[in-house]
Design a protein around this ligand. Structure first.
Ligand SMILES: [Fe+2]
Ligand SMILES: [Fe+2]
Length: 413
């Protein structure tokens, strides 16, 4: 008995060590994801926000996979303690010394080094014995080699830790009172807001105004709003952070597509004025109402808008813009579903959801935002069905749509 017991002990120690390593890495990666969210909000160059959007998604996804692996090994990591453990503090400490070097480049190298070290340490950890865990880290390492982290532009104004020191406290990452999203003064010089739906006397100018409006009033601000939700709503399970990070990456690709098309047409970022309306609209609202303002209603209007505009640009002969909008519409449907999923997680009853939606509509009206897709664009029943609305909600939305009609024509196939 004695011998069997001692033979079993090393395996137990290996399991414990593996679990500790998985939990510590999840803790550190969640902290890094918080830091990237902060950088995305505060970076001034669109290219920085876009590049970091993809990295944020990778880190949030890896954190989610580590939580899942830990569950498979029999341990539920307390998701509310993520970003608050010893590994997160060690990650913060590493960044703190890099920040003392005083450049974004130094900071970025430290972040990348920290991630590389972690995933490569897994391969050399004698205690991490089981193949699925090793495979997980091997895939992360391969991803970092194939696509290194976004290189922050040397012209990017100093990122947050350089200015204020890297805090080890997780709560500091989400301390956003008084923070305004970054817009580089070098780029944003326009004084007149873009008019995305002005009658097109000049098709090119009209497309530039549309693309600029979408880039600076919708895609970039939505990335920032997702990051703020990720940082401030740490009472929710990590799956919520993963959804927000996914949306942030999707919006980053949309922003990239709009920016490229804008430049192809001879426009440039900053040729029209920008606002912070989307950021200000939900600054003081509880999480569910924010999700209703942005994802449930705003993204839903965005779905109908993208579908309608894809057809409009196709008929104008602009296939490239139309193709981009086809893909964007599919992503926006997923974003509405994220909103519906988490509003229902926070408020399971239909009556509560209705109250949340009513409060959100009130706030959108106060900011002069569209409150119902169908009143602006033609109604798309199939999109509502895929976006997580209940059957009753879809019926109610369709009834309202038919009663109101659309401001814009419906394109017949
Ligand atoms: Fe988008
Ligand atoms: Fe979206």
């Amino acid at each position: 008995m004695q011998a069997a017991k001692s033979e079993a002990r090393p395996d137990m120690r290996a399991l414990d060590a593996t679990l500790a390593f998985v939990a510590g890495t999840a803790d550190a990666f969640a902290w890094h994801a918080g830091l990237l969210s902060r950088w995305i909000i505060e970076a001034g160059l669109p290219q920085t926000k876009i590049g970091l959007g993809r990295d944020l998604h990778r880190l949030a996804l890896w954190t989610e996979q580590l939580l899942q692996r830990s569950r498979e090994l029999g341990v539920d990591i307390n998701e509310r303690s993520l970003r608050r453990g010893a590994a997160a503090r060690a990650a913060a400490e590493r960044l703190r010394s890099a920040a003392a070097a005083g450049t974004n480049v130094a900071l970025h190298r430290a972040l990348e080094g920290s991630l590389q070290d972690t995933v490569e340490r897994a391969a050399s950890q004698p205690a991490v014995l089981d193949e699925p865990t090793r495979e997980l880290f091997a895939a992360m390492s391969a991803s970092l080699h194939r696509a290194p982290l976004h290189r922050v532009d040397a012209e990017e104004p100093g990122l947050w830790p350089l200015r204020e020191g890297v805090p080890a406290e997780a709560a500091s990452l989400g301390e956003l009172a008084g923070v305004t999203p970054g817009r580089s003064a070098r780029l944003f010089r326009g004084t007149e807001p873009a008019q995305p739906f002005e009658p097109a006397t000049d098709a090119r100018a009209s497309a530039i105004a549309f693309l600029h409006h979408n880039l600076t009033e919708l895609e970039l601000p939505t990335m920032e709003s997702c990051c703020r939700l990720l940082l401030e709503c740490d009472m929710l399970p990590w799956a919520f952070a993963a959804d927000m990070a996914r949306q942030c990456w999707d919006e980053a690709r949309h922003a990239q597509a709009f920016m490229q098309r804008l430049q192809q047409l001879g426009g440039e970022v900053g040729c029209h004025a920008h606002t912070h309306q989307l950021w200000e609209m939900t600054a003081d609202l509880p999480p569910a109402v924010r999700l209703a303002v942005h994802q449930r209603i705003g993204e839903w209007v965005g779905v109908d808008g993208a579908l309608w505009n894809a057809e409009r640009f196709r008929r104008l002969g602009d296939e490239a813009t139309a193709d981009a909008l086809d893909f964007i519409a599919r992503d926006e449907i997923t974003h509405v579903a994220f909103g519906n999923r988490w509003i229902r997680w926070l408020h399971p009853s239909d009556a509560e959801v209705e109250a949340v939606a009513a409060e959100a509509l009130k706030r959108r009206r106060a900011f002069g935002k569209p409150v119902d897709g169908p009143a602006v664009f033609p109604f798309n029943r199939w999109a509502c069905e895929r976006a997580g609305f209940t059957a009753d909600e879809v019926q109610a939305l369709e009834r309202e749509a038919l009663a109101r009609g659309s401001r814009f024509e419906r394109f017949e196939p």
